[in-house]
Design a protein. Structure first.
Length: 855
RNA sequence: GUGGACGUGGCGAAACCGGUAGACGCAGCAGACUUAAAAUCUGCUUCCCAUUGGGAGUGCGGGUUCGAGUCCCGCCGUCCGCACCA
């Protein structure tokens, strides 16, 4: 008699059993081949959300499958525990960030355990604990000693709401990535990491990451932004007023960078960034220019501002000498579209072959000279569109007749020979500013001494621990305000000195946590020999939102550790998978003209087959598009309620089914219901099979074939992370077994089915395993291996097409020769009827597949 | 603007290398079991005409091919990244 699968009992039983057996503890000394499966560790914001469930379930399937396949699997979990939400909570609710964070961790750890993930909890870490961040401070000092850390005053992105500096990567459309406030520019002394030292290597390394999504590699490539060209000096003509007339500098001029040195004879102006030192110097004597610069700065950096912004310039009255012909003079403008922090902060304008320069030239009536032309168009004038295509150089003296590439090379060669310029590479990537004016982060282990300057904290004095007694009643950095914490004696001279009160960007914390998971000794950041056994991470899984930030920083940090001889690993993540978001439909009612609709949460709504009604009044609500879960649209789901009602296995099954993992998954009650039904169905099948007497003694060859095909297919699907396909095949296998008569093969099929679905629904699989009197736990059972002999059928279905259109199909022996197949086809009724007595002009036979008759 | 991805039933989706489009799931319809409901099971479910059967069909328009969801060219649409990068 079939019973219902009791998920609560099974979860408690097996989670305890795995824990007791330490089934998921990774053994550094294991002789088995090692593999490292990792999901991006969560920020402990409060509760696990559906995105975490999906992310960690995918990783779990991989980890459990690899384990069954004989690997020693490292599958750890930890907490990216520093960050601003903790401080926001402190400000809003008066709780300590540490208390708030640790309480969240406790809740979320509990939730993860309820999902039955195969995690090695003995390696758990939280970045907010001194035993982690103290080691990070040690690494920071190592990088400092190696010259990869430096301090400079620079214009930074200042978030006026969060009162902190943001990295370029954290500024989105001119706004702070977290607060959404318009970012201001301020000058502060900041700590930087020399990520640009590794620009070339980070770019080249992308080529080795075959198991990364093409999309992410492209995004990183664009972000690193390599441009090759010519850097050269424009001499300011003597007859111009010099920028700093008081000093009368020799050879005054400025450098520009161009990727198109071939178009140099098309130059009609030079332009400086508003923040360029020459612009600033000139502005001191020119109120008009000063006003223009102020105007440029006022223009926001927001997307809309840039798009709408007109190309504007201010004529400085200076002129520069053309490097290829001293007789040519070019006017110098200060222009709003020239960026100080890219290239040299100055450009030459070639209107004929650059749209932006063309717009500018038309506005200020500057000459437009074509210097590149497709065949026969040398004299075709440039209209409203700059010509950026290929062609041959014209109106360019010694360059005439060369193609663009040859022209570039020729100009660079000449510049280098004559000493006025050099071939250079310019990067879009900037150094990583890591200083944050916040409390809840890793303290930067530096002391500022009046006489010794910047002094590293001696390693023996690490960790520099955050003070507990801080207040958050006013914005800004509590470390700055702390009465005693920053007061310290200089380790070098012993005089009173001051601690650095900035903390590290939390992206530093996540740049090496995967190394610490692999090896976490108490007295140093990691043991290289142990860590190298596990690294690189074989399969890393997380959201695309980290395609640039986290993944680039972690790649850099790993290279930096390699560079200083601490770790012999270059790429931290050999395989990367970026999963889609979890979405949900929305429920709303319009609120009249000019008002945003009123949204309702799924809990307030009854979903019918075709529509939805509000529980409160029974009237219909509008069912909206399936979109990313967000608080404002009230379509957020808390997985906890589902774990309670349906159980971990149903939830796990659901998040794996339906959608391909890289695409968005629409969460729905109907979908969860379906998953729950599957769990029950497998349970029924197992119970019935276990108690039924074996009716037939013969083996069931047909079932065996179906079974082994499924084994092969699912193994391949999981390898490729195509969980939705694996699940479809499991449904088919269940159906097939249900219909099969009793036999020893059927029993084997059910136990194999259990092993195949164990990575996805582990509690159910364990519970059912017991029914069959199998030894030990299914978690320790080996992965099924397909018998190649059973993967091919004796017969095949051959399709018959006439002129490419399907007319009929029939079963035939596999590997039959063409003549036999052709004879069979031509003798079939439907074919005879369709041909109406004519002989086909041509017969195409695709062996074991189809026959196409061309009539 | 620029780089990229995608476009298949009512919905989520499958379809190896160009070879029977729509596997599997959801929703829906019909039936069985039941006093009834739930659960479960069986069948149907791309569209159009129809009795057998036939025709059309993978965003739109062309092309290559015996044969195109798949390859090529041109459009249209949706989504994502970057965004004055010289």
């Amino acid at each position: 008699m079939a019973t219902k699968f009791d998920h609560k009992r099974a979860e408690a039983r097996w989670q305890a059993a795995w824990d007791k057996a330490q089934s998921f503890a990774a053994d550094d000394a294991s002789p088995r081949p090692k593999t490292y499966v990792l999901e991006m560790f969560p920020y402990p914001s409060g509760r696990i959300h559906t995105g975490h469930v999906r992310n960690y379930t995918m990783g779990d399937v991989i980890a459990r499958t690899r384990r069954a396949q004989g690997y020693e699997v490292l599958h750890p979990m930890g907490w990216d525990a520093f960050g601003m939400p903790a401080e926001n909570a402190a400000m809003e609710r008066g709780v300590h960030p540490g208390g708030w964070t640790r309480a969240n961790i406790a809740i979320m750890r509990d939730q993860l355990k309820r999902l039955g993930f195969a995690l090695d909890w003995s390696r758990e870490l939280a970045t907010c604990e001194p035993d982690y961040y103290g080691q990070e401070q040690a690494l920071f000092l190592d990088l400092l000693a190696a010259g990869l850390v430096y301090r400079k005053e620079s214009a930074v992105n200042w978030d006026p709401v969060d009162m902190t500096v943001l990295a370029n990567e954290q500024v989105i459309d001119g706004r702070g990535w977290r607060s959404g406030a318009i970012v201001e520019r301020r000058r502060l002394s900041q700590w930087f990491l020399k990520i640009t030292d590794f620009a070339e290597d980070l770019l080249d390394g992308l080529g080795t990451l075959a198991d990364w999504p093409e999309k992410v590699r492209l995004m990183q490539e664009n972000w690193i932004g390599k441009s090759q060209g010519l850097r050269f000096t424009f001499e300011i003509a003597q007859d111009s007023p010099t920028p700093d007339s008081s000093r009368k500098r020799e050879g005054s001029g400025f450098d520009v960078f161009t990727t198109r040195p071939d178009t140099l004879f098309g130059a009609s102006f030079a332009a400086l960034a508003p923040d360029h030192p020459i612009s600033l110097a000139l502005a001191e004597a020119s109120p008009g220019l000063a006003a223009f610069i102020a105007e440029c700065r006022a223009g926001g950096t927001a997307t809309a501002d840039i798009e709408g912004q007109e190309k504007k310039g201010y004529d400085t009255g200076l002129s520069v000498i053309h490097p290829l012909d001293p007789a040519i003079r070019l006017p110098v403008f200060v222009a709003n579209f020239v960026l100080m922090d890219y290239g040299t902060g100055a450009i030459f304008g070639c209107p004929a072959h650059d749209q932006r320069d063309l717009d500018f030239a038309r506005k200020y009536q500057l000459p437009v000279t074509r210097v590149v032309a497709p065949e026969g168009e040398a004299e075709t004038p440039i209209a409203d569109e700059a010509y950026t295509g290929p062609g041959v150089l014209v109106h360019s003296r010694f360059l005439d007749g060369m193609d663009v590439e040859a022209g570039k090379a020729a100009v660079i060669t000449r510049a280098e020979a004559e000493g006025w310029g050099t071939g250079t590479t310019v990067w879009r990537l900037r150094d990583w500013g890591v200083s944050r004016q916040r409390y809840w982060g890793t303290p930067i282990p530096i002391i500022h001494c009046g006489s010794c300057g910047v002094v590293p904290v001696p390693k023996a004095q690490l960790p520099v621990v955050l003070p507990e007694d801080v207040s958050f009643d006013i914005p800004g950095n509590p470390l700055d305000r702390h009465p005693t914490w920053s007061r310290v004696d200089c380790p070098s001279c012993g005089q009173p000195a001051r601690r650095e009160t900035d903390t590290l960007d939390t992206f530093v914390d996540s740049s090496w946590y995967f190394v610490r998971f692999a090896s976490a000794p108490g007295d140093r950041p990691f043991d290289a020999a142990v860590a190298e056994q596990w690294l690189p991470v074989g399969q890393y899984i997380g959201g695309v939102e980290h395609a640039i930030l986290h993944l680039l920083y972690a790649r850099f940090w790993t290279r930096a550790l390699n560079h200083i001889g601490r770790l012999n690993v270059t790429e931290p993540f050999a395989g990367l998978f970026t999963q889609g978001m979890v979405t949900h439909e929305t429920y709303s009612r319009p609120q009249g003209e000019g008002h945003a609709p009123l949204y309702f949460s799924p809990a307030e709504v009854d979903r019918t087959g075709t529509g939805a009604t509000l529980k409160a009044d029974g009237a219909a609500v509008e069912v909206g598009r399936v979109i990313k879960m967000s608080k404002s649209k009230k379509n957020v789901i808390d997985p906890d309620a589902y774990l309670e009602t349906y159980g971990a296995d149903a939830v796990r099954w659901f998040v794996l089914s339906d959608s391909p993992p890289e695409r968005d998954l629409a969460w729905s009650d109907a979908g969860i219901d379906g998953a729950w039904r599957f769990v029950q169905r497998v349970w029924r099948l197992a119970e019935d099979s276990a108690e039924a007497a074996t009716g037939v003694l013969d083996t069931d060859a047909k079932l065996a074939r179906a079974l082994h095909k499924t084994i092969a297919a699912i193994t391949a699907d999981i390898d490729k992370l195509q969980f939705n396909k694996a699940i479809a095949r499991l449904y088919e296998l269940v159906s097939t077994i249900e219909r099969a008569p009793g036999s020893p093969t059927r029993i084997e099929a059910v136990t194999t089915l259990l092993r195949l679905c164990a990575p996805m629904v582990p509690h159910l699989a364990e519970e059912a395993w017991v029914l069959f009197g199998q030894p030990g736990m299914i978690v320790d059972a080996p992965w099924p291996v397909a018998d190649p002999a059973l993967l091919v059928d004796d017969t095949v279905t051959i399709a018959i097409q006439i002129n490419g259109k399907l007319k009929d199909s029939f079963e035939f022996a596999r590997g039959a020769d063409r003549a036999m197949v052709e004879a069979e086809v031509l003798g079939r009724d439907k074919v005879i009827r369709a041909l109406e007595g004519r002989a086909p002009k041509k017969v195409i036979v695709v062996p074991d597949r189809l026959v196409n008759l061309v009539a």
